[in-house]
Design a protein around this ligand. Structure first.
Ligand code: NDP
Ligand code: 8X3
Length: 259
């Protein structure tokens, strides 16, 4: 019997790449996000290319009622979820704490922390009720173990994901549900465009002179983790571009045209 994975934030970046990787591995998919046009296009591509079944769920993960209603309304063939990839998330803003915008703080905390909690609660309840175990993969960040200047609230939200991953691993242990945290470094997706509120030049500058990770790089790590036998769990794993040592230190090649 094929397995079903639910991926939050599959309309771009790491989530979309993970959907492609898991589809290629034969998983049926539930893909979620707010931009349902993109999810529908991904749905069509994956069903045609891999012959799997995909279901699109459009909802804002910050809204508990929307999140729970969406999961409750899943068609019967998608109700049994074997793998939950908690990926939806964002950074908004990059400034000192005294200059931060509380609206940005709300978006980050409501999405990265509370949204992850809302969907984990309802999906883990179903996994437990089915009695067949399962696997939850949380996309954390190196910002979950290192704070950096101008990123206090994003880092706090990912520190929360780090703590939640450890806590839920203990809570779900007796139910045969594995919990993995993946902590990426710099991945070139829409992340920085979102962080800088659509300022693409500022976003591009983040990756200037280095080869960042891609969504596919993280997706291939997800693919490897879920390929391991049931008795093996990767608790957490940090994945960085070779040109990055930690949250503060990257080795950039200078652009000769600028000299
Ligand atoms: P993208 O901006 O490309 O993707 C973010 C995804 O999250 C989108 O599919 C978006 O869907 C979804 N999302 C955001 N807000 C909501 C919401 N309120 N409700 C539902 N879905 C939402 O960025 P990435 O792929 O890079 O980010 C994925 C995860 O990886 C995030 O948790 C991020 O913190 C983490 N990460 C990213 C790193 C990077 O350098 N890029 C490094 C470390 C971690 P939609 O807009 O359609 O709702
Ligand atoms: C994204 C990594 O360090 O660019 O989580 O904020 S960082």
């Amino acid at each position: 019997m094929s397995k079903t994975a639910l991926i939050t934030g599959a309309s771009s970046g790491i989530g979309a790449a993970t959907a492609r990787t898991l589809a290629a591995a034969g998983y049926d998919l539930v893909i979620t996000g707010r931009r349902t046009d993109r999810l529908q296009a991904l749905n069509d591509t994956l069903e045609n290319r891999y012959g799997i079944r995909v279901h699109v769920l459009g909802f804002d993960i910050r809204d508990r009622f929307q999140t729970e209603s969406a999961i409750d309304a899943l068609p019967a063939r998608f109700r049994r979820i074997d793998l939950l990839v908690n990926n939806a998330g964002l950074a908004a803003g990059l400034e000192h704490i005294d200059e931060g915008d509380p609206l940005d703080w709300d978006r980050m905390i409501d999405t990265n922390v509370k949204g992850l909690l809302y969907i984990t609660r309802i999906v883990s309840q179903r996994m437990i009720a089915d009695g067949r175990g399962g696997h939850i993969i949380n996309i954390g960040s190196i910002a979950g173990v290192q704070a950096y200047e101008n990123g206090a609230v994003y880092c706090a939200s990912k520190h929360a994901v780090h703590a939640l991953s450890q806590g839920m691993r203990m809570d779900l242990l007796g139910h045969g549900i594995k919990v993995t945290e993946i902590r990426p470094g710099m991945v070139e997706t829409e992340f920085s465009v979102v962080r800088f509120h659509g300022d693409r030049r500022r976003a591009d500058d983040v990756y200037r002179g280095i080869e960042p990770l891609t969504g596919d790089d993280i997706a291939s790590v997800v693919g490897w983790i879920v390929s391991l036998p049931p008795h093996v769990n990767i608790n957490d794993i940090e994945v960085m571009p070779s040109a990055q040592a930690n949250a503060y230190l990257t080795c950039r090649k200078e652009d000769e045209s600028e000299q």
